[in-house]
Design a protein around this ligand. Sequence first.
Ligand code: PLP
Length: 347
Amino acid sequence: MKKLVDLRRDTNTLPTEEMKEAAFRSPLGDAVYGEDPRQRELEELAAFILGKERAIFLPSGTMGNLVALLTHTQRGNEIILEENAHIFTSETGGLAQVAGLMVKTLRNEDGAPEPRDIERAIRPENIHYPRTALIGLENTHYRYGGIVVPFTRFEKIREVADRYNLPVHLDGARLFNAAIYLGVEAKEIARYCDSVMISLSKGLGAPVGSLLAGSCDFIKEAERYRKMLGGGMRQTGWLCACGIIALSEDNISRLREDHDNAQFLAEGLQSLPGIKIDRHQVQTNFVLADLSERELEATVFLERIREKGVLATRAGDFAVRFVTSREVNREDIVFALQVIKEVTQVI
Ligand SMILES: Cc1ncc(COP(=O)(O)O)c(C=O)c1O
């Protein structure tokens, strides 16, 4: 069979053998009534890892974020988000359609708005204005290439939030990648936020699932919204057994391999003519390649490498995104680099 190296996403990761075994051995119960033992175990484990009082299991990160927005806000309120935040760009406008929110976006390519810009964006109490009700952050930041928000930024944003009595929600779909980059535990980042969503189904390799964590009062309310949106699932034990393994220390620290592979890929790519890499961007498991120097169109480039067995994603007219995950090893990256080298020689 022809070799295929898939560098499009980290959501294509498949459950490990250990996860599959644990799933099939898992006891089951009706989770809507709190009777699924593995779901309860997973929720307790996630709350502990994130340093929060409670956590709930949900089918997706999108639902986790939406439940958080619904729980923190009232219809007609405003949320402050970075302009390219996933909640704003890629969650089907659920924040407006379902939560009835207005959005104030602030751009900052290092992943999170400057605290002084957030402060300026907070609406004063005035009969004409919507009320600012929530600050949303994302770490790692997806659209800017999996970059990690500077640690001190969280501290400063928390100070602003406290001054204005505003909650902070963290879209931590790849929070563990950020924690590994910073050399801290995930809870050290989550402590600056009132609620945090993490994904199990990206680099961590579980087939399905996310968790939303926060205080007991917050989660009690969030459980109602999860049910309302159809996220109250029944025998979840199979999924949660995979999730428990996904959150094991070994599995979390394995993400370091993905980061190392991304560095190796970036190094190889930047040595090729016509490909520019901003090495500062390569912090976790994403590599953004700029093909504009030789006006190599992303769609043409992607088609050529696909023909030779390498998959990546368009990130702009002349930009391509590569994502490393447990589905690719060092040998695969060497193969991908060889293919890209051949392609750039003839294009
Ligand atoms: C930063 C970020 N947040 C949220 C999500 C949504 O997660 P899900 O695909 O599980 O709905 C994603 C998915 O790629 C993401 O990258």
